[in-house]
Design a protein around this ligand. Structure first.
Ligand code: COA
Length: 391
């Protein structure tokens, strides 16, 4: 039975901070960002945007194409959830008027949880082909000001409809996975920003890639030459380049098997100008591949490497379905990215420092230009609203 991604769409915030602006403010050579880490811009969420509103923005165009009452479960992956108890997905379920006969749960493990949710959804559909599952991967990446992580922030949400006979990609059974208890990135419960041992995290990422690859090849007996396009978790695009080099060495790939740019570059273009979006970033990379690859990649095999600090990682593959182009939402993605407004460093700091969920009572200024926004918090309860711009 073929099971996989039937529809996929992403949303990002309405504002960005250019790393040229950032470099000028910090008196750093901009090439450290453009070349050294391979990033140009970071999508910055205003205070009235969170993972709930981003995910609603990501999912709405998918729901508009189906009978949304048929959604049997929402698996919501995030590291930047809005409540210690209530799933962010239940707020989204309310905003999007999903049916009550639907299960909603939140998945967490740093940047890995989106892949975990996708894998669980495919398993649920294989067990019961009537299931139609909405997988959400949504995060706002936030590090402390004046730390090395500050240049690798960003925000985004990906919504994926997982069904039998998918129109975009059939996710193949069989994956390589790896867990190791390490402290390369973590966020204690009281903090809104992550703590990170950045250089160490890049080493653990690459080791996890090697370990998952070894496991993947043992389980599936596939080789490097069986894969046409490679999508990696992208905290910054230089990391994907390092990953691909590492994989080529580990897999002992021959010169004929490697076309470095064709295999990886289209899958990095959006991430370069959106920044890190933790659990969403692997899938924004996949959408970037779909929207930007020149060739028809029907029947081609795509690999996915998911890495979540701490750490859990997984390597798996899928096969592109003929006719996939007819259901892509490329224009939506491009328009959103193009329509973002630039922020000065001072404006970015104003968004960054605005009161957060520790507030008991607050009404948020209207900065989020999307169809769904966080209106305020009263008695510690979050209130969302659909705005006039909803289509
Ligand atoms: N021109 C070109 N390249 C430059 C440069 C310049 N002017 N200045 C620096 N560079 C290069 C460095 O040589 C380095 O390249 P390398 O990684 O190939 O050695 C790269 O830019 C980064 O410079 P570095 O001094 O190491 O940056 P940093 O101390 O700010 O740390 C991270 C970079 C990624 C560790 C940091 O941004 C971070 O902690 N990010 C959050 C954690 C993260 O994303 N982890 C990834 C795994 S999940």
């Amino acid at each position: 039975m073929n099971v996989g991604i039937d529809l996929i769409h992403f949303a990002t915030a309405d504002y960005y901070l250019g790393l040229d602006t950032f470099a000028a403010e910090k008196n750093i050579d901009v090439d450290k960002f453009y070349i050294g880490i391979g990033q140009e811009k970071m999508s910055i969420a205003p205070p009235d945007e969170d993972v709930v509103t981003l995910s609603a923005k990501a999912a709405a165009p998918i729901l508009a194409q189906i009978d949304s009452d048929e959604i049997t479960a929402v698996l919501f992956a995030t590291e930047s959830g809005v409540d210690q108890s209530k799933s962010a997905g239940v707020f989204m379920h309310g905003l999007l008027n999903l049916a009550n006969r639907c299960r909603v749960i939140e998945f967490k493990h740093a940047c890995y949880s989106g892949a975990a949710a996708l894998q669980m959804a495919t398993t649920m559909v294989r067990a019961n082909p009537k299931e139609k599952i909405l997988v959400i991967a949504a995060d706002i990446a936030k590090y402390d000001v004046d730390t090395s992580g500050e240049a690798t922030q960003g925000s985004g949400a990906v919504a994926m409809l997982i069904t039998e006979n998918p129109r975009i990609i059939n996710i193949e059974p069989g994956s390589g996975y790896f867990t190791e208890d390490v402290m390369d990135f973590w966020r204690p419960n009281h903090r809104t920003t992550a703590l990170v041992d950045g250089k160490y995290s890049t080493k653990v990422y690459l080791n996890s890639l090697k370990q998952t690859w070894d496991h993947f090849t043992e389980v599936t007996e596939k080789s490097f030459a069986d894969i046409d396009y490679f999508c990696y978790h992208i905290p910054f695009t230089k990391m994907a380049e390092k990953a691909h080099k590492t994989l080529i060495r580990r897999a002992k790939a021959t010169v004929n098997d490697v076309d470095f740019d064709a295999q990886t570059l289209p899958g990095q273009l959006y991430n370069r100008i959106i920044g890190n979006s933790y659990s969403a970033s692997l899938f924004i990379g996949f959408i970037s591949l779909l929207d930007n690859v020149d060739a028809d990649i029907s029947n081609k095999r795509v690999s996915f490497f998911s890495y979540g600090s701490g750490c859990v990682a997984e390597f798996f593959t899928g096969v592109m379905q003929p006719g996939y182009q007819s259901v892509l939402m490329t224009n939506n993605h491009r328009t959103q990215i193009m329509n973002r407004a630039p922020l000065s460093y001072t404006e970015y700091l104003a968004f960054y420092h605005q009161p957060d969920s520790t507030d008991e009572n607050i009404t948020f200024e209207h900065n989020n230009r999307g169809a769904y926004r966080l209106a305020g918090i009263q008695d510690y309860k979050r209130y969302y609203e659909k705005t006039a711009s909803e289509t």
